[in-house]
Ligand binder design. Structure first.
Ligand code: G6P
Length: 368
């Protein structure tokens, strides 16, 4: 396979920069403005079957698991259907209870991850309906599932997943919209969600222009051995993904945590050598995150914050700030994850790591 890197030094960087386009492809032909809903024909489910869904369980590994976690939050918040994400490797051996009106999703870029494929088989054996959210067309998971959504990201070559994450998330956003519009969500609210989603690629272009700023930040923090990544609500899975990206490509130890949860343990790690990266969107949790930030600062921890443009309170507390445009609350995860991908990339570059082929990792793990 000869996919060119073009002007980019690494596939990872190329794939990060492709996201405005790859997210558009994930939405293409799937948005219905007239009825403010989504069309996902590949689900192979009738409207009646979709209405009968009482719970959603999402399984995946690595980055795909975090996309599923964010998907679960959005399905629950927007569509008001109880939803959770589970690690494929855990659900498989837990002798899971499969209930009639639970819908399962198996998320996998490659469609070949053994943990996820075997978990899917175990669920199907118990009579579950399992849908796939995959990138590679014709791979094992879509072949063995009852239907699903292809994300059409195009080939992802770098071992660390980037553009697949934002497109998996997009598939869940569309599914959440569809389910919400069949239930309580009004036409106007549906339209608001669609307009905000359609705006994401443009806003992401603005975020990508910050690459030099993020590179400079990486240079400043390249000496650090331990990081905390902290977010809440929809941005909690994003914090987990930011920490995973950094570990994978730079080999720096990083922990993702809910910003609320640090007081129950991780705050003991705070010292001048352990900085915290805070995700501070302009949403209903902002005040709470600000107070978590103050707790870290008052214990001598350095704070890097991702916040909305011109947020004076964050500037006052944080040591370093990366600003992103203000958007509809549901869309912050997109704008937050991209700077974290870039940060991981530039940290790895700064430390001379093998960015596209990190040690000990494989693009697709086809053994248990
Ligand atoms: C491997 C890769 C990760 C990826 C995970 C799940 O561990 O190194 O980047 O997130 O597998 O892969 P999948 O293809 O199922 O999304």
């Amino acid at each position: 396979e000869e996919i060119e890197k073009g002007p980019y030094q690494h596939y990872m960087l190329k794939e990060i920069f492709e996201q405005p386009e790859s997210i558009k492809r994930a939405m293409q032909g799937r948005i219905d403005e007239e009825y403010a809903t989504a069309h996902l024909g590949g689900l192979n489910m009738t409207s009646r079957e979709l209405l009968e869904v009482e719970q959603v369980v999402i399984i995946g590994a690595g980055t795909s698991y975090y996309a599923g976690m964010l998907g679960a939050y959005v399905i629950e918040q927007l569509a008001r259907i109880p939803a959770v994400a589970e690690l494929s490797s855990e659900i498989r051996y837990r002798n899971p209870v499969v209930r009639k009106n639970t819908l399962y999703f198996a998320v996998s870029q490659s469609g070949e991850t053994a943990d996820t494929l075997y978990a899917l088989r175990e669920l199907k054996r118990k009579g579950a309906r399992v849908l796939g959210i995959c990138n590679v067309v014709g791979s094992s998971i879509p072949r063995e599932s009852d239907g699903g959504v292809y994300i059409h990201s195009g080939p992802e070559i770098a071992v660390a997943s980037t553009k697949a994450f934002t497109s998996q998330v997009t598939a869940f956003y569309l599914f959440a919209l569809l389910m919400a519009r069949m239930r309580h969500l009004s036409y106007e609210e549906g339209l608001l969600f669609i307009r905000a989603l359609r705006e994401v690629p443009e806003r992401l272009r603005e975020v990508l222009e910050k690459a030099p700023e993020i590179k400079a930040l990486a240079r400043k923090y390249a000496w650090v051995k331990n990081f905390l990544f902290l977010g809440r609500g929809l941005n909690y899975p994003v914090a987990l993904e930011g920490a995973l990206k950094l570990k994978e490509v730079s080999y720096i130890h990083a922990e993702g945590y809910s910003a609320a949860e640090i007081k129950h343990g991780p705050i003991a790690l705070i010292n001048p050598e352990t900085p915290s990266v805070f995700l501070v969107p302009h949403d209903e949790l902002r005040e709470k995150v600000l107070s978590n930030m103050k707790e870290v600062k008052s214990r001598g921890g350095k704070v890097v914050a991702l916040c909305t443009e011109g947020d004076p309170d964050v500037r006052e507390i944080a040591d370093d700030v990366i600003e992103i445009p203000a958007v509809y609350r549901y869309m912050y995860p997109y704008l937050m994850v991209v700077p974290l991908q870039l940060f991981a990339y530039y940290m790895a570059l700064e430390l001379g790591r093998d960015v596209d082929q990190p040690r000990n990792l494989a693009k697709s793990v086809t053994v248990e």
